[in-house]
Design a protein around this ligand. Sequence first.
Ligand code: ADP
Ligand code: MG
Length: 688
Amino acid sequence: MKKLDIELRYLKGVGETRAKALAKLGLYRLGDLLRFFPRSYEDRTRFVPIREAPLEEPVCIRAMVADPPTLSTLPGGRRLVRFRAVDDSGGVLISFFNAPYVRDQLRQGETYAFYGRMGGYADARNMTNPEFEPEATLGDKTGRILPRYPLSAGLSNRMLMRYVRQALDQAGDALPDALPESVRTEQELCQARFAYENIHFPADFGALELARRRLVFEELFTLACALGRLRAGRQGEPGIPIQGPDIAGFYEALPFSPTGAQRRAVDQALLDMASDRPMSRLVQGDVGSGKTAVAAACAWAVCKAGFQAAFMAPTEILAEQHLVTLRGFLAPQGLRVEKLTGGMKAAEKRAVKEALAAGDVDLVVGTHALLTGDVAFSRLALVITDEQHRFGVRQRGALSAKAQGETPHVLVMSATPIPRTLALMIYGDLDVSVLDELPPGRQKVDTFAVDERYRERLNGFIEKLVGQGRQVFVVCPKVEDEPDAPFGPKLKSAQEHADALQRRFPTLRVGCVHGRMRPREKEAVMSAMAAGELDILVSTTVIEVGVDVPNAALMIVESAERFGLSQLHQLRGRVGRGQHKSWCILMNAARSPEARARLEALCKTGDGFRISEEDLRLRGPGDFFGARQHGLPEMRIADLGADMRVLQSAQDAAAALLERDPELSQAEHAALRAQVESLFQDAAGTIN
Ligand code: ADP
Ligand code: MG
């Protein structure tokens, strides 16, 4: 094992500079290389006759050098080595640019294996700068399956292959094996040595599949064990029993009467919190189902019982909104609600922190700033996280740890419906309440999918609605990181679109928020929108989660085909929140019937769970989780969507093992335990 701790700069052929490049890929020690899995593989096992090689595709050929390679200098100084090579089927002209030395590596009359892209025409084939090796000793560059690693500047795939090879050789049989032998045999998985060897340098595709299956299982199994331990840890701890006054007192002061679903969720949470075990509950409900009021009710009960509560939102904008809402609910009841976010002035922050520590603040609403080390509570008993999928499991743990010695209750709210297996994994430590009822009087948001031809009518509609005093949201897809697609329709960036709208409507107040702005700037624009100081707000998807502007009656999504259905549904949930009739217009820039059909599905139903099922069916689970919104550690090899079946068996196996050895204290589980413990301590950034 020790060998695997050797730093990479001591490795043959590495040195300081390359060690830095390797560090950029998260590779520091020999052992890291073993788990640096190839991104893809290149099949160089099959050789084709020159004549039959498909054009413009990489192929392996076996060919004899037919004439002596010539070296010449091209105008401009480039050096060219050129010769003809032949096999039984035909010939090919091979050129090497700027590699004069290959002339001496290739001999007329000898046969080599070449790997490269076949260019030219059927009867005039050529190949440029192929990789090659003598036929007699092939098996390094050709005749095998080649791993393709993710690269960073200063590193080539060849180098990584060499380093990984060294790591495998040095490790010998001392490879880390987190999988207990009993589990391995039961699941019919290959041994660690075979798995690591073949995931990097597969003997054949069968071996690669065996290797992959084992490593995927191992990864999911370790994760399941870690989550299982987390859950058991919480359940084993004493809670803080809450004996609040009758919740009817809270309901009376609400501006509306709670729905049956809200009451049920609150009752379940109150029952959890009254027991001597810490609550771990997820409230799942579609956009607009009223999750905030449920959270407020729980906070009310906790604060009235003399404890503190913390409410974490994923963004500053949302923290601000929740502050206003929750204060509105709770301040008239004599409770003090404050905000604590990274964007606040130092003096303000200090004041809130002091009040928190002194127990003068009942409920604090904040962002990640709540997690930083120096925030202390006097008697924290409830942690609420909104849209939890944006918080990591580890962050949830960090906030819980703020209640010195005691384990606070945890209430998690999510509007993202997810498949059951996955919910079990991500929220495996949580009980679930579902808000399956919308507040009464909620109007259906009429949704239309249209294209550019509708633009002028849409502009007229904007004018009319704003004339009636309503506000409008316009969402553009994110374009920052993408080079302009040469073919597809040109995407509008939020800022460009806002400028265009401002020119079109010179008298209207048009604002813009996008991801490149500072939190403070974003917040200022959002607040202006909420306060009715803007008529039109153009944004990227920063407004997706939770922002409440009851006066907004129109949501326009540009290039709607670029969004997932669930995401569009969330966006649509931004309107229709007040008493005004509301609309959602999906601007479709794609011509394909599929894109149309997808958007039509959204026009037909307003049920978020049905939409997410449809989304899942249409896009497949891989895509669904592509955005990595689940808060779990990043998977190195497993695909949480695609490897769903393995996930299930990994979970069952983990549960069975934890049953036998809850602390993973048995000697044969030591490696697993180490792995589990490291999982939630990885460098920041691996958990979103
Ligand atoms: P979400 O579940 O999306 O977080 P919110 O908590 O933001 O939903 O609630 C959406 C809107 O519905 C808010 O304006 C809120 O005041 C209102 N609301 C919540 N519950 C009720 C209810 N029982 N009756 C009427 N309006 C309600
Ligand atoms: Mg919400």
